[in-house]
Design a protein around this ligand. Structure first.
Ligand code: GKR
Ligand code: MG
Length: 415
């Protein structure tokens, strides 16, 4: 079996005005949908970032896949490294951390190759990763402060959530609609005392739900230590309170709350420094940038070796990504925390049939051959058309926030 050709479709998917420490989500989140066609008619699918640099990297490397045996993932990596000799990162200047284009492109093409392999041998992808250790994968609710509606538009059905009490209401809806157990708050948005109050109110409303807060490095070391002291005994972990390995180590030394990260440990060679400096206790995996689904299971082995916990990161995404996340999570022995997901915020999908449904906050691992999901071409066409008219090729939460508030400045840390 050989790869005949690769089709890349950038899509724009409607998003909600969700706030973080750098601004607010734009009306559309960008993704790229990948289809790999083999000479025997098998098609493998995948989903990756839609930012312009990721898309350009995918476009540049795609021709190198022609003729490749989809089981030969080592050669896939070699061909991508050769096709993208200049490497580089994919993230916009407004982002705080960056991801390597070669890792991102490899990951993006590995998923459809594994989908093809699974279809060829009649087994779900999880079996190619060593088989499932759990049939149900738990996900966490991803709580966001948010504006009532997009700029110049009416309120959406979530309404405005800009206070601790409103956030408890949002959490109640997530828990009642999806059954989520762990609750994660995107912090760094309101002033620190209000975010402390939010976490305390969430604890009162949900005494048995693990709680996390992630300000994406939006706090200074002093603020982070102040907040950590107030939230001792309340959080299961504190994610990226500050930016930089040394700053994380300073906060870690001052609190008993374990620190988690998807911002200072996002490549294998950063693990050594994190361990040496005792900067983090939990690393977030993500097959889109750690170098694929298999590499995510290798990360798990390293975490076990260094006695680090493992959780899973998410960005705005569709169901192909969710399926891949679920396969990886099911095959990872020490994924001991519920995975993040933005899926409920997206509210639309391009997969055939009904979108994924969380039961008691968990998803059942798909058991059909490959990823277990397929593309509804009509839906794909609709969101591809939206990409063409949306006129956005890069995420810029700061610029969008400036439409709401022209005096807003990007400041990380903010508080
Ligand atoms: O969607 O605004 C967001 C998040 O802040 C996202 O961009 C982060 O990558 O969810 C992510 C995180 O855990 O840092
Ligand atoms: Mg994070």
């Amino acid at each position: 079996m050989r790869i005949d050709y690769v089709k890349l479709t950038p899509v724009a998917i409607p998003d909600k005005p969700l706030l973080n420490c750098k601004g607010v989500h734009q009306p559309y989140a960008l993704r790229t949908v990948i289809e790999i066609f083999c000479d025997d008619g098998t098609v493998g699918i995948g989903e990756s970032y839609g930012s312009i640099k990721a898309l350009e990297g995918l476009r540049e490397a795609a021709p190198a896949l022609v003729g490749l045996d989809p089981f030969h993932l080592n050669e896939l990596k070699a061909r991508i490294l050769k096709a993208l000799p200049n490497g580089g990162g994919i993230n916009a200047k407004t982002a705080v951390a960056d991801h390597k284009v070669t890792d991102v492109v490899y990951s993006a093409f590995e998923v459809p190759c594994l989908d093809i392999q699974g279809k060829a041998v009649g087994r779900p992808v999880v079996d190619l990763l060593g088989g499932p250790l759990r049939q149900e994968v738990p996900f966490s609710a991803y709580l966001f402060f948010k504006f009532a509606g997009h700029f110049g538009e009416d309120a959406d059905d979530w309404g405005e959530v800009m206070s601790p009490d409103a956030m408890v209401g949002q959490a109640r809806r997530f828990v009642s609609e999806h059954g989520f157990v762990s609750l994660k708050l995107k912090g760094g948005v309101l002033e620190p005392d209000l975010e402390i109050e939010t976490m305390i109110k969430l604890r009162e409303a949900f005494p048995h739900h693990p709680l996390r807060i992630d300000p994406n490095g939006g706090w200074t070391v002093e603020t982070a230590i102040y907040i950590a002291r107030k939230l001792e005994g309340i959080l299961e972990y504190l994610e990226d309170p500050v930016i930089g390995m040394d700053a994380m180590a300073q906060v870690a030394a001052a609190t008993s709350i374990p620190l988690a990260t998807n911002m200072v440990v996002l490549e294998f060679d950063q693990i050594a420094e994190a361990v040496r400096k005792n900067a983090v206790k939990i690393v977030l995996s993500d097959h889109h940038y750690w170098g694929g689904m298999r590499a995510s299971t290798h990360l798990a082995k390293l975490c076990e070796t260094f006695d680090l916990g493992l959780s899973m990161h998410s960005n705005s995404h569709l169901g192909i990504t969710l399926a891949a996340m679920t396969h990886v999570a099911a095959a990872t022995p020490n994924l001991t925390y519920a995975c993040d997901t933005h899926y409920p915020w997206t509210g639309v999908d391009i997969i055939e049939g009904a979108p994924f449904r969380f039961e008691d906050g968990s998803l059942t691992v798909p058991d059909k051959p490959g990823l277990g999901v397929s593309i509804d071409q009509e839906k794909l066409g609709k969101f591809a058309a939206l990409y063409e008219v949306a006129g956005v090729s890069e995420r810029n939460d700061t610029a969008y926030m400036q439409q709401f508030d022209p005096t807003y400045e990007r400041r990380v840390p903010r508080w």
